[in-house]
Write a protein that binds this ligand. Structure first.
Ligand code: CAA
Length: 241
C-alpha cells in the first residue's frame, strides 16, 4: 500500500510542489494549510490532493488535524514540516508579536506536528521527517532576526531528533532552500531583491519550487534510510556550508 505523506503548508508555493512531487512518486498525500481557502480548493481541484485546514502553531489543532488525516488515509509515515511565515523588519522595529508569530509557526510547529506522529513511527519502525529550514537559518539575514532564529532552531531540532529516531528506522533531515520564486519572496521589495539578494546568488536567479520538491522526494525514499540528521542546501550557491 502507498505510504501516507503529510505536507504542512502544502497547498501553495514550495509546499504545493512538494505535495505534487510526492503524489507523482506514488505516495498518498494530504496537504495541510492555514488560511487561504480559495487557493486550497483550487489546488485540490487541480491535483486531486485533499487539503486539511489547521494552524500548525496550535498544538491541539495539530493533534486533531493529524487524527483526521490518519482516519481518512492511514498512519502518517512521511511528514514534511514545510509551513512557514515571514514578518520581516529591522530588529529595532520588530515587535513582540512579529517575533512570536514567526517562532510559533516556523519552530514550535515542528514539535506540534512531529510529536503526535512520532510514537506511531517508532512503533512501526519506519518514518521520514523532513523539515524545510532556510539558507537564512544557516547564515542569518538582516531584517529577519525572528525568521533566522526560527530556521536555525529547526536545524537543532533535526540534529537532535535524528539521533533519537536512528535506532528505530526514522530519519529526520532538513532542507535549506535559498530564495525561491514564491509569494514569500515576491513580498520582498523588488529593489531589495535586485540590489541586495540576487548579486549574492551565483546562479543569478531565484530557485523554483520543484527544485526543492525533488530533494524532499529523495530524502523520503525507502533507500534513503542511512541519510539522517543531514542538511541539504538548495540555494543556487548562495551559501556553502
Ligand atoms: N542585504 C544587505 N543590505 C540590505 C538588505 C540585505 N538583504 N536588505 C536591506 N538592506 C539595506 C538597505 O539597502 C538599506 O540600506 P541603505 O539605508 O544604505 O539604503 C538598509 O539595509 C535598510 O533597509 P530598508 O531601507 O529596506 O529598511 P526598511 O526598514 O524599509 O525595510 C526590510 C527592512 C523589510 C527588512 C527590508 O530591508 C527587506 O525586506 N529586506 C529583505 C529581507 C529578506 O531577505 N527577506 C527574505 C524573505 S524570503 C524568505 O525568507 C525565504 C527564505 O527562506 C530565503
Amino acid at each position: 500500500m502507498a505510504r501516507v505523506a503529510l505536507v504542512t503548508g502544502g497547498s501553495r508555493g514550495i509546499g504545493a510542489a512538494i505535495s505534487v512531487a510526492l503524489k507523482q512518486a506514488g505516495y498518498t498525500v494530504a496537504a495541510n494549510y492555514a488560511g487561504n481557502d480559495e487557493a486550497a480548493a483550487s489546488f485540490t481541484k487541480e491535483t486531486g490532493i485533499p487539503t486539511y485546514k489547521w494552524d500548525v502553531s496550535n498544538y491541539d489543532a495539530c493533534v486533531a488535524g493529524i487524527a483526521k488525516v490518519e482516519a481518512a488515509h492511514g498512519p502518517v509515515e512521511v511528514l514534511v514540516n514545510n509551513a512557514g511565515i515571514t514578518r520581516d523588519a529591522m530588529f529595532h522595529k520588530m515587535t513582540k508579536d512579529m517575533w512570536d508569530a514567526v517562532i510559533n509557526t516556523n519552530l514550535t510547529s515542528l514539535f506540534n506536528m512531529t510529536r503526535p506522529v512520532w510514537e506511531g513511527m517508532r512503533a512501526r519502525k519506519f518514518g521520514r521527517v523532513i523539515c524545510i529550514s532556510s539558507v537564512n537559518g544557516q547564515k542569518g539575514q538582516m531584517g529577519q532576526v525572528n525568521y533566522s532564529a526560527s530556521k536555525a532552531g529547526d536545524l537543532g531540532f533535526v540534529k537532535a531528533l535524528a539521533q533519537e529516531g536512528a535506532r528505530v528506522g526514522i530519519t529526520v533531515n532538513a532542507i535549506c532552500p535559498g530564495y525561491i520564486a514564491t509569494d514569500m519572496v515576491k513580498a520582498v521589495d523588488p529593489a531589495v531583491i535586485e540590489k541586495n539578494i540576487l548579486p549574492h546568488i551565483p546562479t543569478g536567479r531565484l530557485g523554483e519550487p520543484h527544485e526543492i520538491a525533488r530533494a524532499v522526494v529523495f530524502l523520503a525514499a525507502e533507500d534513503a534510510g542511512f541519510i539522517t540528521g543531514s542538511t541539504l542546501s538548495a540555494n543556487g550557491g548562495q551559501y556553502m556550508i
